[in-house]
Write a protein that binds this ligand. Structure first.
Ligand SMILES: Nc1nc2c(ncn2[C@@H]2O[C@H](COP(=O)(O)OP(=O)(O)OP(=O)(O)O)[C@@H](O)[C@H]2O)c(=O)[nH]1
Ligand SMILES: [Mg+2]
Length: 391
């Protein structure tokens, strides 16, 4: 058998040695330093979000931070507050999770600001719910019942078509695919909550769900910040929607904007939602279980007409349109991109994902108990890359 002799020039030997050392150092760092491993993983290098080139997210200016020691003075408590409420949609059976979310948000934020809470339900809240919730809230509390027609499936929906669609989604194992109440909830959150009589007095809301977590102190008033900066929509987590739940949503939106180009704002966030200038939807949306937003935007003409058009197509029942893509697409088109705010400073968790502040000093300032490297911002399923590219 012929023997192969490898003859290397001194230069080639030197290059090989350098490569060998570099590979060794990389391997050791990858195993011992998780952030390094993540940052240099193949998925990151081939299209993942590159953190070395990403700009730091905008921080809330120092002037908004409030280090006033408790107890609050009346002036502190009222003078600069926004016309805002904290809003939770819940069932009586959600009471344990509701109490957990409220306790955390009161401790991390609202005991200082004492914004009122509004609770909505399609049934009457029972005494246990009211008693346990009121017991842990520092400010005013309101409980409201949702009008029948704002919640239940409208009579004009073709029930045979809707139930066939639900069956198909169940067969395809799509989450909540067979649920009518989930669809009622998504439609209500898309087009009705801000019309509730209890909310008429308010401009701003912070949406909170049972069993979420607030991972950092919020020692600034996000409503005030939104108001001062002419924002309409604030988010903490952005991700892809399951296309199977919204197969015709984008086409329906395009029909609407073709008929009503006057509602589409210049300098909008289209390039966050579409990779081809609007022809197709890339499914990026703001995860709406957290929202801090301006209800006057939803009450305005553009959104009202948009919701009416979407609703008339029946997609909340014939498909499973979520309030998250419905809100996000509207904010992305009918507001300018500068009116949408990424609240990096607010550490927030809704199972299974957490946003943990990554801006310089934000984690320390908020005494956060989340782990920055596990923040969803870094996940391959996050749309933070698409958000970042329009900044
Ligand atoms: N009153 C009422 N509230 C509901 C109903 N279904 C959902 N909700 C509330 O609507 C919000 C969203 O519902 P979730 O079940 O959390 O939906 P989701 O966040 O998409 O799904 P999860 O991952 O299961 O949390 C929560 O605030 C729920 O408490 C319902 O039938 N009645
Ligand atoms: Mg939820």
């Amino acid at each position: 058998m012929a023997q192969i002799h490898w003859k290397l020039t001194p230069t080639a030997r030197y290059v090989l040695l350098v490569l060998f050392i570099l590979f060794g150092v990389h391997s050791i760092l990858s195993f011992t330093h998780e952030p390094y491993g993540r940052a240099t993983s193949i998925s990151q290098l081939t299209g993942g979000f590159s953190w070395s080139t990403a700009a730091a997210p905008p921080a809330i200016p120092d002037a908004y931070y409030d280090d006033t020691p408790l107890p609050l003075t009346p002036a502190h408590n009222t003078s600069a507050r926004a016309n805002a409420t904290i809003l939770m949609l819940a069932r009586n059976s959600d009471v344990d999770g509701a109490v957990r979310s409220i306790r955390e948000l009161e401790d991390r934020f609202n005991h200082k600001y004492q914004y009122p809470w509004v609770f909505l339900n399609e049934e009457d809240f029972d005494d246990e719910f009211k008693r346990r919730v009121t017991n842990i809230i520092s400010g005013p509390v309101h409980f409201g019942r949702i009008p029948h027609d704002h919640w239940y499936q409208p009579a004009w929906i073709d029930e045979d078509r809707a139930s066939a669609a639900r069956q198909k989604m169940m067969d395809d194992n799509i989450i909540y695919g067979g649920s009518v109440s989930y669809r009622n909830m998504c439609r209500f959150n898309s087009g009705f909550f801000y019309r509730h009589q209890l909310l008429q007095q308010f401009k701003w809301y912070w949406r909170v769900e049972p069993d979420v977590h607030f991972r950092c102190d919020v020692d600034f008033d996000p409503f005030r910040y939104m108001e001062d900066h002419n924002k309409v929509y604030g988010f903490t987590i952005t991700m892809y929607e399951y296309l199977a739940t919204i197969p015709t949503l984008w086409e329906t939106v395009k029909e609407f904007t073709k008929a009503h180009p006057e509602y589409v704002k210049e300098n909008n966030a289209m390039n966050y939602m579409s990779d081809d200038g609007g022809t197709t939807y890339n499914n990026c949306h703001f995860w709406s279980n957290f929202e801090i937003a301006n209800m006057d935007f939803w009450r305005g003409e553009a959104y009202s007409k948009y919701f009416e058009y979407l609703d008339s197509k029946g997609g909340f029942y014939y498909e499973r349109w979520g309030d998250a893509p419905v809100h996000s697409i509207a904010a992305g088109l009918f507001a300018s991109k500068d009116q949408i705010h990424f609240f990096d400073d607010i550490g927030y968790e809704h199972n299974p994902y957490t946003h943990c502040p990554r801006g310089p000093g934000a984690w320390e300032r908020g005494h956060c108990d989340c782990e920055v490297q596990k923040s969803f911002d870094y996940d391959g399923y996050s749309c933070m890359r698409q958000w970042d590219r329009i900044q």
